[in-house]
Design a binder for this molecule. Sequence first.
Ligand SMILES: [Zn+2]
Length: 141
Amino acid sequence: MKEENTVLLKKILQSEGLRYTKQREAIWSEINRSNDHRNADEIYFSVLKSGTKVSRATVYRTIDVLVKHSLVKKIDGVESGSLYENRLDRKHHDHMICVETGKIIEFYNRELENLQDQIAKDKGYKIVRHVHQLFVKPIKP
Ligand SMILES: [Zn+2]
């Protein structure tokens, strides 16, 4: 875990009136170490496997705090429950979710981003954040 990421975590926990603990550090570290899209239980079991004793409730609550402070991105609408991914140091992207396999496919399209900005602007608004999810299935030959 990079020192600056630990500092960031401490600041966030403090702002939420929560104590910095090695359990919470392990949760943040687990999410931060990969670009996977995982549900809270998968993250919970990975933290346990890494050798840190932690309760499921702590994992869920810590993830919520990380989402609130934009360190972690939440992906809703997936059958296996909400998925989470590291958001720090990552470029903005959107997701396709395969309804047959549950596979997550990341995509980014500059023209689409610009078009969304334009549509909002035409209505007199400025986009502050957006969620763009496509539910897909494989094209069978
Ligand atoms: Zn992603």
